[in-house]
Design a protein around this ligand. Structure first.
Ligand code: ADP
Ligand code: MG
Length: 403
């Protein structure tokens, strides 16, 4: 089966086309700090507008718990989207309520509206299929067709990603198609050596993918929050750093499996340990054997890989032919802990081959650190989705589109 593309939906002039985008941008004090995901959604939106469709955008933002929370409103996204499109974007203050219906009813051909955060509705992420189906039914009432283009969420079986695609004529948008073209190159015949670099903070999510990636890669570099579970698996004390104690045994299994497969799992030899989680916290570089010997004792927090590790990672990355990187090496949002992420980003720009950065925060990090998109082979909007794709998993949000 092949993915249904946009053209399979036929003539969309005058049709109400729901676009499930991933507009989950990072916000700080109500300001968008990286609009990459909005920009990545533009080709599909523009293609539909030029056909004379009535475009109804839906997305989630952050992780609200099934009810409205002002800090997760998509209102700032509507403003930025209007600037980027150079046209008005109507905004509905709810997702399937009176406001949404009013906004959709007033849409004219070739115009666009954004509905409020999908996750303000418990049905979007409900465990019960019937609840998701109920919410998807309400969404379906607003449109004639669905274009699914939120690559960052295709690994999730959620109402707007899965059930809605069953209820309406549906197809993949241009972003999903473009993402798959690049990721296919990584899964089919990656040029070797092939390195995957993992970091970030969704530790339990990301530890799970390692077992499936090991048979596919030559080198696996571990930074970010998950590195401490690896250090703990080797018997080191990690102070108050992020740790998934119940995953230590699993990680020991990965280390043994890597040895058996001849895969290099490259772990940090030094880390930056801080007194507190704050931009101006006192900090020092420690070898991994003596994290708790830092001035801050057992309350010390590892917030970045150390300079020796960064140099080693950079050397290994730059000498690989295919590199996929997901997850910042440290708390790059604070300058004092951005060094590891900066070094890894720099080395990816030096890869003689295909370099791919995936993940919302990873993409935001490289841009915040002053790199430009064209220095990398590809910047993917999906972190978890890319990783699951590279594992060879079936992704529900793609399967429902015929893939
Ligand atoms: P992505 O969005 O690219 O998939 P994640 O969402 O998994 O990445 O993680 C991004 C976050 O990880 C960043 O906000 C960063 O501050 C955080 N992070 C990285 N290293 C650490 C660490 N050692 N301790 C705490 N947080 C970390
Ligand atoms: Mg993230």
């Amino acid at each position: 089966m092949t993915l249904r593309t946009l053209d399979t939906l036929g003539d969309l002039a005058g049709k109400r086309v729901i676009v499930r985008a991933d507009l989950n941008v990072p916000l700080k004090d109500g300001e968008i700090t990286d609009d990459g995901r909005i920009r990545a959604s533009l080709p599909t939106i523009n293609a539909l507008l030029s056909q004379g469709a009535r475009v109804i955008l839906i997305s989630h933002l952050g992780r609200p718990k099934g009810a409205p929370e002002a800090q997760y409103s998509l209102a700032p996204v509507a403003v930025r989207l209007a600037e980027l499109l150079g046209r008005e974007v109507d905004f509905a203050t709810d997702t399937v309520g009176d406001s949404a219906h009013e906004v959709v009813d007033q849409l004219t051909d070739g115009s666009v509206a954004l509905l409020e955060n999908l996750r303000f509705n418990a049905g979007e992420t409900a465990k019960e299929e019937s609840e998701r189906r109920g919410f998807a039914g309400e969404l379906a009432g607003l449109g004639d067709a669905l274009v699914s283009d939120g690559f960052g969420v295709v690994h999730r079986k959620q109402a707007s990603v899965y059930e809605l695609a069953e209820l309406l004529p549906s197809a993949a948008g241009l972003l999903i198609a473009a993402e798959l073209t690049v990721l296919d190159r990584l899964t089919e015949t990656p040029e070797r050596p092939y390195a995957v670099v993992l970091g970030g903070s969704k530790v339990s999510d990301k530890l799970g993918v390692i077992g499936h990636l090991l048979p596919k890669v030559d080198r696996l570099l571990i930074g970010g929050g998950m590195l401490f579970t690896f250090l703990a698996a080797q018997g080191y004390k990690v102070g108050a750093s992020l740790l998934e104690a119940d995953q230590i045994e699993t990680v020991r299994g990965y280390l043994a499996e890597a040895t058996r497969l001849g895969v290099d799992i490259v772990l940090p030899t030094d880390v930056v340990v801080a007194a507190a989680f704050a931009p101006d916290a006192a900090h020092e570089v420690r070898p991994v054997e003596s994290i708790e010997d830092a001035t801050f004792g057992a309350s010390g927090l590892g917030l970045d890989i150390g300079p020796d590790t960064a140099a080693n990672f950079a050397r290994i990355i730059a000498s690989s032919k295919t590199v996929f990187w997901n997850g910042p090496m440290g708390v790059f949002e604070f300058d004092a802990f951005a060094g590891g992420t900066r070094a890894v980003a720099q080395s990816l720009t030096e890869v003689d081959g295909l370099s791919v950065v995936g993940g919302g925060d990873s993409a935001a990090a490289v841009r915040a650190l002053g790199f430009s998109d064209d220095q990398f082979g590809h910047i993917s909007t999906g972190g978890g989705a890319s990783l699951e794709f590279l594992e060879g998993k079936r992704l529900p949000g793609l399967e429902v589109l015929g893939w």
